[in-house]
Design a binder for this molecule. Structure first.
Ligand SMILES: NC(=O)c1ccc[n+]([C@@H]2O[C@H](COP(=O)([O-])OP(=O)(O)OC[C@H]3O[C@@H](n4cnc5c(N)ncnc54)[C@H](O)[C@@H]3O)[C@@H](O)[C@H]2O)c1
Length: 328
């Protein structure tokens, strides 16, 4: 039975990864401090399965991993403080958590621990896209940069740039297998309320009219979480991926934010007046990964269309919205 450790396992991507691996019979340990992940019915049901263990711990603490076994087949490092709201309100926490939790993990991992996956982000190179020096669709080997180290918004990107360097150099120094996945706009059920797809869905469910849409002319390539999980699992099973940075996303589903809003509103059966609002400062006009490396290494092909993924995600948020309305 494969033994898998998922740090940040109660979060959005962590939960979906865990659900998939549990269904495949992995022995799983999930670690999370529940600062963002929820101890809800879904996580309780997952953790009630045989072979699944949940540990509540703050990974920035030195002793967080002390009582866990040293031997794993795979370790996924997904724990981080994410989201524009967190970054704007408490950039110091973002830097501290995202770097310290990773450094403690790298110090703790022994030679018996298997392949490490580190979750990075397209934000690491977004500064270059805004400056016009990085092409879109973007391959992995572009310069990483933050346009203004003092701007709170870039604290997240800075923490992940450091994280990538820490994983690469530590892996080389200790001859440990590891792979860095740079996620690009992963979406799906259970992703909280801060990202664009749930945010639009929740406002559509509340019948906001006029309906605000931020950055209508921006373009994004959204990747359904089941495709992202498939890519991660494939990378971890590919020895040639070790030591590589690999984009994870869906390059076939690029869309205008205005069209995304249209899809959500169609699912909601709602036709409000659109109020077009400028995009938040510092967000790139276009984001789309070049996933050639992921394809070449793993044969990955994204399967979930934006339309099907938005339908499923909207339906999940509708159920929660209706349950909340009944309990009020
Ligand atoms: N969702 C995306 O589109 C996306 C894009 C780029 C990068 N990523 C990266 O992927 C990873 C997972 O993202 P997600 O969308 O699932 O976010 P998420 O917030 O849902 O998951 C992160 C989890 O980490 C936990 N956590 C935070 N600080 C912790 C600490 N000190 N100790 C223990 N647990 C802690 C949170 O409670 C949460 O459950 C993150 O590292 C994120 O930076 C995600």
């Amino acid at each position: 039975m494969a033994r898998t450790l998922i740090l940040g396992g109660a979060g959005f991507i962590g939960y979906h990864l865990a659900a998939r691996l549990a269904a495949e019979g992995h022995a799983l340990t999930l670690v999370d401090d529940f600062s963002r992940g929820r101890r809800d019915g879904e996580i309780e049901a997952l953790c009630a399965r045989p072979g699944v263990t949940l540990v509540q711990a703050d990974l920035t603490r030195e002793d967080a991993l002390r009582d866990l076994p040293a031997r794993w087949d795979s370790v996924y490092m997904l724990a981080a403080v994410v989201g524009v709201r967190n970054v704007e309100t408490d950039p110091a926490r973002v830097i501290r958590t995202n770097t310290l939790a990773l450094m403690r993990l790298l110090d703790w991992l022994t030679p018996e621990a298997g392949m490490l996956f580190f979750a990075s982000t397209s934000e690491t190179y977004a500064g270059g896209v805004s400056a016009g020096t990085v092409a879109v669709p973007t391959p992995e080997d572009v310069p990483l940069s933050v346009p203004d180290v003092a701007a709170p918004r870039f604290a997240y990107a800075a923490s992940k740039i450091l994280g990538e360097a820490a994983v690469i150099h530590t892996a080389r120094a200790r001859a440990r297998p590891s792979v860095i996945g740079r996620f690009h706009n992963v979406y799906g059920p259970r992703m909280g309320a801060d990202h664009v797809v749930p945010e639009l869905s929740l406002r559509a469910l509340r019948r906001e009219d006029p309906f605000r849409v931020y950055g209508t002319d921006q373009r994004r390539a959204f990747c359904h979480v089941s495709d992202a999980v498939e890519a991660m699992v494939r990378l971890m099973a590919t020895p040639a991926a070790s030591g590589r940075v690999v984009n994870i996303g869906n390059d076939t589903e690029e869309t205008l934010i205005e069209d995304l809003a249209g899809l959500v509103l169609r699912e909601a059966g709602f036709a409000p007046r659109l109020e077009r609002v400028a995009a938040p400062a510092g967000s790139v006009a276009r984001r789309c990964p070049d996933i050639g490396r992921l394809r070449e290494l793993t044969g990955f092909v994204p399967k979930v269309s934006l339309e099907a993924g938005v339908r499923e995600t909207f339906a999940w948020y509708r159920l929660r919205h209706e349950a909340e309305a009944r309990s009020r």
